[in-house]
Design a binder for this molecule. Structure first.
Ligand code: VAH
Length: 315
């Protein structure tokens, strides 16, 4: 059956790479990108784009009806650090966009939905190491609260109305194609730009802050794998834990020094330290491995090499 895919929030950190990956897999004209503002030249030149506010129910219904969409990827969201500065706007964007899209699924306007959750659903009372799929989720950030609530709504619409909504709790994602977008894990992207530009970086987290991380290629691969899995294989309809690696800023700096021996890092923790301290250090993703064969490809050594190479080649 032919697919028509609509990506909401296509110009964000994940959305940009997801749009390009879906277009190369299913054909550019089958993937309609949308966002509230235009994206990178590479994204805008790669296929159809529609300017759209993901919190506008009527605009969503009109686009879904006109395009006869079969699959929706709802990537629009305000991330953790920015959401702490604008709680009401973050709740409106993160929650109402999801409620509108779930409702349109109940009305039968598409057959499959992907919606990203985050390790931000975990909080200070969650086991820090090898955090289980089912455990305490008492988030202490606006972003985490919105993602935890969203997981509940996703599971509700699946159970009550049969909406085939699938979700992943992404760790911190590291990519070179887009600038970081207001998250707490942004340091792990910023550091590469600074290392190449001026050989030093002032990190806004403490040197020993271990966080779950993943190279963007792995995250995109996992997303496509989950969306292509048979529905009957999926035992989780809140959101799947997903893991690839965990590292501290000091360990990442050491990995960069293998390529740039003179690279220097300093530390000036800011308000994002409290957010990072509330999150786990490592994640148990055995359910994703079991249900849909998840297996990451990138470790810290390969991630570092890829980031530096791609940033050099595309600067
Ligand atoms: C953030 N990059 O920092 C996002 C992500 C786990 C972190 O959700 O807000």
């Amino acid at each position: 059956m032919s697919k028509t895919i609509v990506i909401l929030g296509a110009c964000g950190q994940i959305g940009t790479e997801l749009t390009l990956a879906l277009r190369s897999r299913y054909g550019s004209d089958s993937v309609i990108a949308s966002d509230i503002r235009e994206g990178t030249p590479q994204l805008m030149e790669s296929g159809p784009f529609v300017t759209l506010d993901a919190t506008d129910f009527n605009a969503l219904k009109e686009l879904f009806t006109k395009t006869q969409v079969t699959e929706v990827y709802l990537m629009a969201a305000m991330l953790s650090a920015t959401a702490e500065k604008s709680p009401a706007r973050a709740w409106d964007l993160n929650m109402n966009s999801l409620l509108h899209v779930l409702e349109l699924g109940r009305q039968g306007l598409y057959s499959k939905l992907f919606w990203p959750s985050s390790i931000a659903v975990f909080g200070p009372n969650t086991p820090k190491q090898n955090t289980p799929q089912a455990t305490v989720t008492e988030p202490s950030t606006v972003y985490g609260i919105s993602k935890k609530a969203g997981e509940g709504w996703a599971a509700y619409y699946h159970r009550k109305y049969g909406v085939d909504v699938r979700s992943i709790r992404y760790p911190g994602l590291i990519s070179w194609k887009t600038q970081p977008g207001g998250g707490t894990t942004d340091y792990a992207v910023d550091i590469f730009h600074h290392a190449l530009k001026n050989g030093s970086y002032e990190c806004f987290l403490r040197e020993n802050t271990a966080l779950p991380m993943m190279y963007m290629s792995d995250a995109i691969q996992a997303t496509l794998q989950l969306m292509e899995a048979p529905a009957e294989d999926l035992s989780v309809r809140t959101s799947y834990n997903l893991s690839a690696l965990s590292f501290t800023p000091a360990e990442l700096a050491q990995s960069i020094r293998v390529h740039l021996p003179d690279f220097k890092i300093s530390y000036a923790p800011d308000s994002r330290q409290e957010i990072a301290d509330s999150w786990p250090e490592s994640i148990d993703d055995s359910q994703a491995q079991k249900d849909w064969g998840w297996k990451p490809q990138y470790d810290l050594k390969k991630l570092t090499r890829e980031m530096l190479h791609n940033l050099r080649e595309n600067s």
